[in-house]
Design a protein around this ligand. Sequence first.
Ligand SMILES: Cc1cc2nc3c(=O)[nH]c(=O)nc-3n(C[C@H](O)[C@H](O)[C@H](O)COP(=O)(O)OP(=O)(O)OC[C@H]3O[C@@H](n4cnc5c(N)ncnc54)[C@H](O)[C@@H]3O)c2cc1C
Length: 534
Amino acid sequence: MLSEASNGGEPARPPYDLLIVGGGINGAGIARDAVGRGASVLLVEQHDLASHTSSASTKLIHGGLRYLEYYEFRLVREALIERERLLRIAPHIIWPLSFVLPHSRLVRPAWMLRLGLFLYDHLGGRMTLPRSRGVRLDRDPLGVPLQPAFKRGFVYSDGWVQDSRLVVLNAMDARTRGADIRTRTTLVDARRVDGLWQATLADAAGGTRTVRARALVNAAGPWVGSMLRDRLGIATTKQVRLVKGSHIVVPRQFEGEQAYIFQNPDKRIVFAIPYERQFTLIGTTDLPWTADPGQVEISAEEIRYLCDSVNRYLRSPVSPADVVWSYAGVRPLYDDAARNASAVTRDYVLDVDVAAGAHPADAAPLLSIFGGKITTYRRLAEHALEKLAPFLPILKGSGWTAGRALPGGDLGPGGFDAALARLRKDAPFLSAEESWRLVRNYGSRAWTIIGDARGPADLGESFGGGLTAREVEYLVRQEWAVTAEDILWRRSRLGLHVTDEDVARLDRYLRDRQRDAAPEDRREPCPAGVALAG
Ligand SMILES: Cc1cc2nc3c(=O)[nH]c(=O)nc-3n(C[C@H](O)[C@H](O)[C@H](O)COP(=O)(O)OP(=O)(O)OC[C@H]3O[C@@H](n4cnc5c(N)ncnc54)[C@H](O)[C@@H]3O)c2cc1C
């Protein structure tokens, strides 16, 4: 039950320091940082955590090589520094990935790529990832999947992230430190009353509550503008620019762990990335979006465009008929009036609105987030709290999140490989692949899932793809999972590995579990129609 100001005679609780609207990466990152500084925090997410843009990304922890062309040096430098930090604090769900960039004379000259990569290697300072290098694609195995016309290229490094899990881990850590995280809870509206924010929240069961907070954070992603206008009644000169991006997933197109970055004649780039062992992920597009961000989906033209983009380079062509899955998301970019969608800045802008003429202690600040990247979420959170600190002294002080592992990220000496070897020894009844998946998803928490199990039977019912009742229980109890979609497409990507019968069985299990649960443990599933990004 939500804590409230005045709800049908129930006692009023003291106001929260921070009410955060939006359980994407930015909301979750701010919640974690703020609660760790001692603030009382309530985060509300209308659907599931990461159910929108933060599960629909290309999943790169990257500086953004192409942003150098737009002179976004500040952003690239910050992102490169963050890349190193995130690889350290979440080594289970974030890992290095090397990229092969074939040289195509028709798009950019080799000297330009060399210069860009030189900057990329040096802008972020000390880096643990391998530096970029040239490669003879006509002689190196990395060139095998490519058409013979591509003889030269470059190899550089970035990071890969399980995007929706990064959101959940930030929310979990925030909860452990005392934050109240409410999924399937919508902020209906909020107004300034006596120097505080007073907000109406609605849960999926139809209940409403009023809560109070000293400051409000609008981390609503693609809804940042409509939140200001329609729910908060606040005018701002800052605008969000919605830019759709889509991806396709096809059966694996090439051997090896490396990804490819292909330059298009329109100057855009498209990635082809090994995905979920048996697949290749291809994306993305950049298209203006004006409709409801909750209804975004890939179009036939985008599928064609993505196939054409990789077919200029790959030896064996990909066709729309090969697509096994696709997803689309909306980038909530800060509108810098750029002419085309690819050129709009990927940097973020934080806007603070305060009650006119009020003393800082009664200013009831509202901070709205425009733009941003998954890669820069942690730094964005620090900047957001710096902006709020003059009004909320509890937030003062230096950031603490750069050096603290996210849940499961404390893999111990030897990192991922050693943790995997330990799990193989401790749970020999798991296949090599199952152990790998558990450590990749949960890190040191894999042992919490396995618990006292001594054999496969102890893990309970099996739902395909290695998913067992033990893991489902963990996801429901620890990670706010409610529906099969939460589990198969956001807590994991097992949706790609299970059959329709598996999904039906999981649905049934969750329904039965819900029916038999004590009333206080019941959670309402997402309303129909919010199944997206997957
Ligand atoms: C195609 C694509 C590729 C990308 N690739 C990368 C990449 O490779 N690397 C990278 O670093 N970044 C990438 N990004 C950018 C990154 O995904 C986004 O910047 C980031 O996910 C935005 O997070 P957010 O928290 O602002 O928004 P969201 O994740 O959309 O979260 C906002 C949340 O607010 C909730 N909300 C809205 N209104 C309400 C309300 N009234 N009450 C309660 N909750 C509400 C929504 O339900 C939503 O879950 C990509 C983006 C796209 C679209």
